[in-house]
Design a binder for this molecule. Sequence first.
Ligand code: ADP
Ligand code: 5GP
Length: 195
Amino acid sequence: MAGQLIGKPFRVVVLSGPSGTGKTTIVERLIHDSPVRLVKCVSATTRPPRPGEAHGISYYFLTHEDFTSRRLAGEFLETAEVFAAGYWYGTLKSELERARNEGGWAFLEIDVQGALRVMEQYPSAITIFLEPPSIEVCEQRLRSRGTDSEETIQRRLKKVQDELQLADRYRHRVVNDDLEQAIGTINQILLNQSE
Ligand code: ADP
Ligand code: 5GP
C-alpha cells in the first residue's frame, strides 16, 4: 500500500535508464508499494500503442498534429524525439498539477534528454538513473520482453552508450540486477527525501 505525504512539500521524481533496463517493471511496483505516495505522470507520445496499452493509462497517444499544437501552446514541461525514429514523447504540465492535486509526488519515467530539461526547471528533483548490470543483459531483457522488432531493438541498443554517459548527471544511480534489491534501494532513497 502506497504511503502518505501529508504536510510534506511537493517533489518531482525522475526515473531514467536505457530501454530494457526494467523501468516499466519497477515503476509499476513503486506506484503500488512505495512507502511514499507517488503519482505517475502519464506522458504523451506520437508512437502507436503496443498491444495492451491504453490511452490515458500507458500514454496519451496523440497525432503529430495534436502533439505539435500542444507543444506550441506551451502545454509541455519537456519534449524529446527519443529514438530518432520520428516519434515524440513529452511530459504535460497538467500531469504535474494532477499529481500535486492528488497529494502525491509527481513521478516521471522519461529519457535522459527530457530529464536534463526537468533538472533545469526543478533543481530539487529527485533524479534516479536505473542501470542494467551490463549492456548484454539489457539486450537479453529487450528480446525476452518480445514487444519490439529487430530494427527497434537495434535502434534502442544504439542509444544505450549515450545514455550511460549521462548517468552521473543524476543524483542517484541504481543497478537493476536483482529486482527486489533495486526496488528496495529506490524506496530507501524516497524515504530519505521524505523525512
Ligand atoms: P524498460 O521499461 O526499461 O524498457 P521493462 O520493465 O519493460 O524495461 O523490462 C524489460 C524486461 O526485463 C521485461 O521482460 C522485464 O520483465 C524484465 N526485467 C525487469 N527487471 C528485471 C530483473 N531485475 N531481472 C530480470 N528481468 C527483469
Ligand atoms: P517506450 O516507447 O518504450 O514506451 O518509451 C521509450 C522511451 O521514452 C523510454 O526511454 C522512456 O523513458 C521515454 N519517455 C517516455 N515518456 C517520456 C516523456 O514524457 N518525455 C521524455 N523525454 N521521454 C519519455
